[in-house]
Design a protein. Structure first.
Length: 158
C-alpha cells in the first residue's frame, strides 16, 4: 500500500475565533477571497493549542488517471489512512505557510461549508505573485479536479 509522508504540522488554537483569524490574516498582509470570507465565520476554532499533521497528495498520487470528484478523492484518501482536516486548518495553514511558492494552489480536504448561495466550499491556500490568499474550491457533486490538483489531508491517528 502506498504511504504518504507528513508534509507539514500546523498549530491550531492560536486564534480563538474566525474573526481573530481574519484579523491575523489581514495583519499579515494576506488576502481572504470573497467565498472564503463567507465560510470563515462558520468554522469552529480550537480553544486550546493542538497540532495536526498534514499530508499532501495530488489526484494522480491517489491513483486517478484524469479527474475525480471530492467524494472520490476523500474516499480514496481514507483507504491510505488520510482523513479530513478540521476546517480551522485552512486559515491556520494560510498563516503558517509563508514559504508557499508562486502559482501554488492547495485544496483542503475538510467537511464542506455552504457559502451565502448554498454552494459547498472547502478552503484552499494560494499564492499569486507576491499575494498570499485564503481562497476556496467548490466541491459540489459536479465539480471535477484534475490529476495535478494537490489536496491537503490530516494524517489519521487510527
Amino acid at each position: 500500500m502506498k504511504t504518504f509522508s507528513t508534509w507539514k504540522t500546523v498549530a491550531l488554537g492560536l486564534n480563538e475565533s474566525p474573526e481573530a483569524y481574519a484579523n491575523s490574516i489581514d495583519a499579515a498582509g494576506m488576502d481572504i477571497g470573497m467565498w472564503a470570507a463567507q465560510i470563515l465565520p462558520k468554522i469552529a476554532c480550537a480553544q486550546k493549542g493542538t497540532e495536526v499533521e498534514l499530508v499532501c497528495a495530488s489526484v494522480k498520487n491517489l491513483g486517478f488517471k484524469d479527474f475525480a470528484t471530492f467524494v472520490e478523492i476523500t474516499e480514496r484518501a481514507e483507504e491510505f489512512g488520510l482523513g479530513l482536516c478540521p476546517a480551522e486548518v485552512g486559515p491556520a495553514l494560510r498563516l503558517q505557510f509563508a514559504e508557499q511558492k508562486k502559482g501554488d494552489w492547495r485544496v483542503l480536504a475538510m467537511d464542506p461549508v455552504p457559502d451565502a448561495g448554498g454552494n459547498t466550499k472547502v478552503f484552499a491556500v494560494e499564492r499569486y505573485e507576491d499575494r498570499f490568499s485564503l481562497g476556496t474550491a467548490a466541491v459540489n457533486p459536479e465539480a471535477r479536479f484534475g490529476h495535478d490538483c494537490v489536496w491537503v489531508f490530516a494524517r489519521s491517528n487510527s
